[in-house]
Design a protein around this ligand. Structure first.
Ligand SMILES: Cc1cc2nc3c(=O)[nH]c(=O)nc-3n(C[C@H](O)[C@H](O)[C@H](O)COP(=O)(O)O)c2cc1C
Length: 204
């Protein structure tokens, strides 16, 4: 049985382009993986904390010396890491905010990049043998040929961090120009429909 972890970040619910892309991806994935298991991690519903002093103290203390408070400080991070390691495939659906990933997604990344669990002490990635799909929605267009393509920090950043933890097979589906949906210039269904081929290929 194949297991998919899908991480969603947009606060916009049904009006979210990246969540609509994720829905399309999920429908395609379920069709091509009958019996597959999907774990949905909605970061809007996850009480994610930013890195704090108690969290760091726990992080840098060997597990055999963890106090109950340290265990508690790392509990969510442990849960998120386990979700990632238990998955065969990962999908991340996210808006682009200020040319990068939203703070919530960065906070998730800070929780899942863990020395000894997802990142080896020698710097090698431990999350191997998995493929990832990133479904990005952005108001502007940053794909090849765009005069503002170099402003997109989200794509290279996500590729880098996924590669660093060991996920080398990463497909990006860029939902660029999503502001057309908000401006009423196109419908959500038409906008996401135009990405159908790419989303289907990623979910295959
Ligand atoms: C705080 C904020 C910052 C944004 N920054 C950018 C940006 O840097 N580049 C861009 O193309 N669009 C930007 N946008 C537009 C969003 O990427 C766009 O609305 C996208 O559809 C949001 O994803 P969602 O529909 O899944 O919520 C920004 C939107 C917000 C709310």
């Amino acid at each position: 049985m194949t297991r998919l972890l899908i991480v969603e970040t947009s606060p916009r619910g049904d009006a979210s382009v990246s969540r609509n892309m994720a829905r399309r991806f999920l429908a395609d994935w379920r069709a091509t993986h009958p019996g597959g298991e999907v774990v949905e991690r909605d970061l809007m519903e996850t009480n994610l904390a930013f890195v704090s002093a108690p969290w760091l103290q726990a992080y840098f203390t060997p597990p055999e010396h963890h106090t109950p408070e340290m265990k508690e400080a790392l509990a969510l991070s442990d849960e998120l890491v386990a979700e990632l390691l238990n998955a065969d495939e990962i999908a991340i659906s996210t808006p682009v905010y200020n040319y990068n990933v939203p703070a919530l997604l960065k906070a998730w990344i800070d929780h899942i990049v863990r020395k000894g669990l997802t990142l080896g002490h020698d710097g090698s990635g431990l999350v191997t043998g998995k493929k990832a799909t990133v479904l990005l929605a952005s108001g502007g267009v940053y794909t090849e040929g765009s005069p503002i393509a170099t402003r997109d920090m989200a794509t290279p950043y996500l590729r880098l961090i996924l590669n660093v933890i060991g996920i080398k097979d990463v497909t990006f589906v860029a939902g660029g120009g999503a502001k057309a949906v908000d401006l009423g210039e196109t419908t959500m269904s038409d906008f996401v429909g135009r990405l159908d081929g790419e989303i289907k290929a990623a979910a295959a």
